[in-house]
Design a binder for this molecule. Structure first.
Ligand SMILES: C[S@@+](CC[C@H](N)C(=O)[O-])C[C@H]1O[C@@H](n2cnc3c(N)ncnc32)[C@H](O)[C@@H]1O
Length: 257
């Protein structure tokens, strides 16, 4: 897939360690392998190193492998694919697609992703302002991240598909039972995206027994980490093992012509 200059919108050419456009704007490739095309330095820097490292430790144990396998059933090797908010690239690097781009704002995430996976192009950029041409990809994926509807519809080819992974109502319910006085089910909403139509929703679920360290890493990956009180967080310290259900919805959207 072609990559566009974030300054002038012209096509970038890759040389050994640099991307350069015809107007002379150039962007060095970091030693790990990603390219920084984000021009608004102070606005948002994505997930921090602490969160990224916790997610890396947790995902490396393949607790979510069943989700990856289900996603790979929806992707063909000949598909081009853009993984928006790819984090440290656990899914991106293992997708069967032969032409892959991963985009995220977290330097910590992209350093890990691009160091270990040389088959994907990793770009530091906002997913709300993607430096890719219109109608350039067969698939767009977003896994547990904000939804950049306008950009998804713009970069998808005709008949392209957007695959969204979101938590199902009972995702991590046992973890919430362990730490909250009043555990609650997640609210599920069908997200409408202009130019796209939701065509299928696939629920996937698996249980696992986690030890204390794994529970902590999992907790740190979730939005609950920032919203829970210290008192609730401390309750996890006394739990040695816990059986937890991982429950997701895979929503498939198609581009409307
Ligand atoms: C919960 S993580 C999910 C990461 C990855 N998809 C996964 O499931 O392993 C959310 C990711 O969204 C990224 N993110 C949040 N807002 C973003 C934005 N506006 N542009 C690009 N990335 C963003 C964060 O840096 C983080 O890596």
């Amino acid at each position: 897939m072609e990559i566009l200059c974030p300054v002038c919108g012209k096509m970038l050419q890759k040389t050994d360690r640099t991307y350069r456009c015809p107007d002379g704007h150039s962007f060095d490739i970091a030693s790990q392998g990603y390219v920084n095309l984000y021009l608004h330095k102070s606005e948002n820097s994505g997930d921090n190193k602490l969160m990224i490292d916790a997610r890396k430790r947790f995902l490396e144990k393949d607790f979510y492998r069943f989700l990856l396998d289900e996603l790979n059933r929806l992707i063909k090797p000949e598909d081009s694919l853009v993984d928006l908010a790819c984090g440290e690239g656990y899914y991106t690097s293992k997708f069967v697609s032969g032409d892959r781009i991963g985009i995220d704002l977290s330097k910590s995430g992209l350093k890990i992703a691009s160091k270990k996976d040389k088959d994907t192009t990793y770009i530091l950029s906002s997913i709300f302002d993607v430096p890719l041409p219109d109608e350039c990809t067969d698939k767009v994926t977003i896994i547990f991240a904000p939804i950049a509807g306008k950009e998804i519809a713009r970069i998808l080819k005709d008949n392209g598909q957007f695959i969204l992974v979101k938590p199902n109502a009972d995702h991590l319910y046992e973890l919430k039972q362990a730490i909250y006085d009043e555990p609650y089910l997640n609210e599920i909403e069908d997200i409408e995206i202009e130019g796209l139509k939701l065509v299928e929703e696939i629920p996937v679920k698996q249980e696992a027994i986690l030890n204390n360290e794994e529970m902590n890493d999992l907790f740190m990956m979730t939005p609950y980490w920032n919203t829970s009180s210290q008192k609730d967080k401390d309750k996890l310290k006394n739990i040695d093992h816990l059986k937890i259900g991982f429950s997701f919805l895979i929503d498939i959207y198609e581009k409307i012509n």
